[in-house]
Write a protein that binds this ligand. Structure first.
Ligand code: MN
Length: 232
């Protein structure tokens, strides 16, 4: 087979302690998954089915990268999150079997055009342009589950220019990782290479050109990205 154009490069994540790369198929994201964040966004604490959306796999930025300040926003927000990567998939995965599909974990940022998200919410519009834009998915190196163990608790901490802005524990997730995998597999056939951003705790906020974001989850490789000059 000959393509008329050079095919896009396969999206991938680094793996700690390995020269192998993890090929990324889809990036699923979960919204409204920490009570304190739901409340800071003006919502109410509940256990509604998790909000699901996707980001394109070519929006990944790896550790040490620079994100140009994006077009089409004046309120560019970070959301620090635990990321889960799958080594296998399927439909209707039971919660009790979900952990058996996990390849490993990373830390990641669900970068958001918050001004347009507010507009989308107010007007019943899709979230696409607020969440799924270029370079909206910085994700650090993966740690294999054999090295980290199954992660159900541990500090998650985000700093901007060295000042702590988000400081919580991943055990505060409303929908736990295994429940998210099970729920997602009722909506989509999950596949090896799928990754899931599991939602952000309280403390989201804006960044500007020149800022440096550091994200940490206990037991995982840290992520650092900087915000560059305006794109376009
Ligand atoms: Mn998020």
């Amino acid at each position: 087979m000959t393509f008329a154009l050079t095919p896009p490069q396969q999206a991938y994540l680094d793996i700690t302690g390995s020269d192998e790369k993890f090929p990324v198929r889809r990036i699923y994201c979960v919204g409204k998954n920490y009570v304190a964040h739901v409340i800071e966004m003006g919502g109410e604490a509940d256990r509604d089915p998790p909000v699901i959306f996707q980001k394109p796999n070519d929006s990944i930025v790896r550790n040490g990268g620079e994100i140009p300040y994006p077009v089409f926003t004046e309120n560019f927000h970070y959301e620090g999150e635990l990321v889960v990567a799958l080594k296998s998939g399927g439909y209707n995965i039971p919660v009790a079997q979900a952990a058996g599909h996990i390849f490993g974990y990373a830390v990641g940022l669900d970068m958001t055009r918050r001004d347009h998200q507010a507009n989308a919410l107010a007007n019943g519009l899709p979230w696409e342009v607020t969440k799924a834009f270029d370079q909206s998915a910085p994700i650090g190196p993966l740690t294999r589950i054999e090295d980290s163990g199954e992660l159900t608790s541990g500090a998650i901490r985000l700093s901007v220019n060295g000042q702590v802005r988000q400081d919580a524990d991943i055990n505060l997730m409303i929908w736990k990782t295994n429940e998210i995998i099970a729920r997602l597999s009722q909506l989509y056939r999950l596949h090896p290479g799928d990754v899931i951003m599991t939602g952000t705790p309280a403390g989201v906020g804006a960044v500007v050109s020149g800022d440096v974001i550091d994200l940490h989850v206990d037991g995982l490789h840290d992520l650092r990205v900087s915000i560059g000059a305006r794109a376009g």
